[in-house]
Design a protein around this ligand. Structure first.
Ligand SMILES: Cc1ncc(C[n+]2csc(CCOP(=O)(O)OP(=O)(O)O)c2C)c(N)n1
Length: 415
């Protein structure tokens, strides 16, 4: 068992105070969920996430999606304190940090990497653009399917190149949206055991208590979808959180939902558990009182205590770097044995398409009657599939269903 230390608490409170100060300075934003969910995110990043801040594009990294995009300062604070590096558009190191303290001071200002909601491609380390509620969790299902595809397509005996997990942190608003229900249903059907949603269950939404409009039994719904459901009664208890994340890692046949009870605006004496903590700055007086509650200097702003970045480096940074270096070695050996497949992985990292990718596309002559786009897109899909099958047959790959690998994968995933 890992025991929570004072240093853990200092790191958690730094996540909170950076978020509070950024929103206060911008006079705009959402401080409450970063304050309430800071330990939940801290425990995941520090103790579990397989992620190397030196190489945030490492292909086998765990993915973290902040579906509660309005709580973006939580993610920016994590990226800053973990020392995540800025990457260029072709996966090369761009130099410097993905999020500097100056970016945080200029939260929601033009040019800052700290936009109001996380933007994929603008800030290194942001895995998905989020903000429209439900979108992040739904995207995470696609990412988990992508991991299964990578595993089925590229792993070979002795070469578990891909085996990463996908985590998404979400809130009541995500749970209310239809798109998250559809995506969760599919994830249950596909038994995506590599997927973990963490539901920050703080009972407050934009209009006030969720009691006004959202009283369903979320756990029962997800059990119905075929998910595993774990509960954490107190977001401030790192050991309960640790047990819940371990439950996810031990579950091999279903996705996991972890329901975490938390307090929005935790530590702000007049705003905790209120809708005011959801979407407006705390106000100068309340900021001081919250900081006093955390044992912080109320006059300190954007303060990162000594030892905090170092603690992240020592734990999540060290773990991630070791895993990434081991993976690089494995990939070098894989490249010797499977140069074509390794080349495909390189190409995906560069975001290049295969040469001649469009050669099999059908041509649709102008047609007076017109063809329904569902029909034309169906034809495009079929021709792409024929093309892949031809490639696979040429490469002599056969799956366990007697069909080529690609078909075997499709059968497995459509079970
Ligand atoms: C689809 C969609 N509808 C409305 C909004 C506006 N909106 C932003 S945050 C929010 C409430 C979210 O509540 P919750 O998930 O409970 O977040 P918390 O109050 O815990 O921060 C709403 C309605 C949105 N972002 N997306």
């Amino acid at each position: 068992m890992t025991v929570a230390t004072q240093l853990d608490q200092l790191c958690i409170n730094t996540l909170r105070t950076l978020s509070i100060d950024a929103v206060q300075q911008a006079q705009s934003g959402h401080p409450g969920t970063p304050m309430g969910a800071a330990p939940t995110a801290y425990c995941l990043w520090q103790r579990f996430l397989r992620y190397d801040p030196q190489d945030p594009n490492w292909p086998n990294r765990d993915r973290f999606v902040l579906s509660s995009g309005h709580a973006s300062m939580l993610l920016y604070s994590l990226l800053h304190l973990c020392g995540v590096k800025a990457m260029g558009s072709s996966s090369e190191q761009a130099g410097g940090l993905a999020v500097t303290l100056d970016d945080i001071k200029r939260f929601r200002q033009v040019g800052s990497r700290c936009t109001g909601h996380p933007e994929y491609g603008w800030t290194s380390g942001v895995e998905a653009t989020t903000g429209p509620l439900g979108q992040g969790v739904a995207t995470s299902v696609g990412m988990a399917i992508a991991e299964r595809w990578l595993t089925a397509t590229y792993n070979r005996p002795g070469y578990d190149l891909f085996e990463h997990k996908v985590y998404a942190l979400c809130g009541d608003g995500d749970m209310m949206e239809g798109v998250s229900s559809e995506a969760a249903s599919l994830a249950g059907h596909l038994q995506l055991a590599n997927l973990c949603w963490i539901y920050d269950d703080n009972h407050i939404s934009i209009e006030g208590s969720t009691g006004i409009a959202f009283t369903e039994d979320v756990a029962a719904r997800f059990l119905g979808y075929g998910w595993n459901v774990a509960r954490v009664a107190d977001a401030n208890d790192l050991e309960q959180l640790t047990r819940a994340y371990n439950t996810f890692l031990d579950t091999r046949d279903r996705p996991t939902l972890i329901i975490v009870q938390s307090h929005i605006g935790y530590g702000a004496p007049h705003k905790q558990d209120s809708k005011e903590a959801h979407g407006e700055p705390l106000g100068a007086d309340e900021v001081r009182l919250a900081k006093e509650f955390y044992g912080w200097d109320p006059d300190a702003q954007f303060y990162v205590p000594d030892g905090v970045p170092e603690h992240f480096r020592e734990q999540m940074g060290r773990r991630g770097a070791k895993l990434r270096v081991e993976w690089e070695k494995l990939f070098a050996a894989y490249r010797q044995q499977y140069p074509d497949l390794a080349g495909q992985i390189d190409r995906m990292q560069r975001r290049d398409l295969p040469a001649g990718w469009d050669s099999a596309l059908p041509i649709f002559p102008v047609d007076a009657k017109g063809m329904a786009t569902r029909d034309s897109s169906g034809l495009v899909g079929q021709s792409a599939q024929r093309h892949r099958r031809k490639d696979a047959v040429a490469a002599g790959r056969r799956g366990r269903f007697g069909a080529v690998d690609q078909d075997a994968f499709e059968l497995r995933i459509c079970r």
